[in-house]
Ligand binder design. Structure first.
Ligand SMILES: [Zn+2]
Length: 176
């Protein structure tokens, strides 16, 4: 099984001051939040943009708050499982043969839905990493690579995740 572990990276949460409107007449209509994608859906979109491809013929199950497999490192954040022409979870098989693909996010790093929003940049980076596995990419020890087995700082956060994180933060501020 391909596993990703990450060290703690502090979430950067910008506190945005919103000035009070001078008068009710100038107040803009309040944007609805219903159209904002969920943290996992937004991360899935970012991963598709990053790779320019969708794995497993578009059939990927993404599940959150999963218990770890027995024997897995307790700090594991996320992992992938899939069938392939060379058997279960074998990255040596051609990615085109992958099926029954699942990306699991463990309860260790993201125990709640709000924790996924608050730590979204790392969630997004992890999603890009796991989708990379489902596209056949193995771990890459190059510093800053999104396929690094362990993220030690924010250098691995892809620009698609940084940009989307800014957009999500701006959406939260304007929705107040
Ligand atoms: Zn990995």
């Amino acid at each position: 099984m391909a596993l990703l572990r990450t060290f703690v990276v502090a979430a950067l949460l910008a506190t945005l001051a919103v000035p009070a409107a001078a008068g009710a007449a100038q107040r803009a209509p309040k944007p609805t939040r219903a159209s904002a994608p969920s943290p996992l859906a937004a991360a899935t979109n970012a991963a598709a943009r990053y790779w320019g491809a969708v794995p497993c013929n578009g059939h990927v199950k993404v599940v959150a708050r999963q218990p770890l497999a027995k024997g897995a490192d307790p700090t594991t954040d996320a992992w992938v499982t899939f069938d392939s022409s060379l058997g279960a979870n074998n990255l040596a098989a051609p990615a085109g043969s992958y099926s029954n693909c699942t990306i699991s996010f463990g309860s260790f790093r993201w125990p709640t839905a709000s924790s996924m929003s608050e730590d979204w940049e790392l969630l997004c980076t992890t999603m890009v990493h796991e989708v990379g596995h489902l596209l056949g990419h193995a771990h890459d020890l190059t510093p800053g690579s999104v396929m690094a087995p362990v993220f030690t700082d924010r250098s691995s956060v892809p620009s698609v995740c940084r940009a989307a994180a800014r957009a999500r933060a701006a959406g939260r501020a304007s929705a107040r």
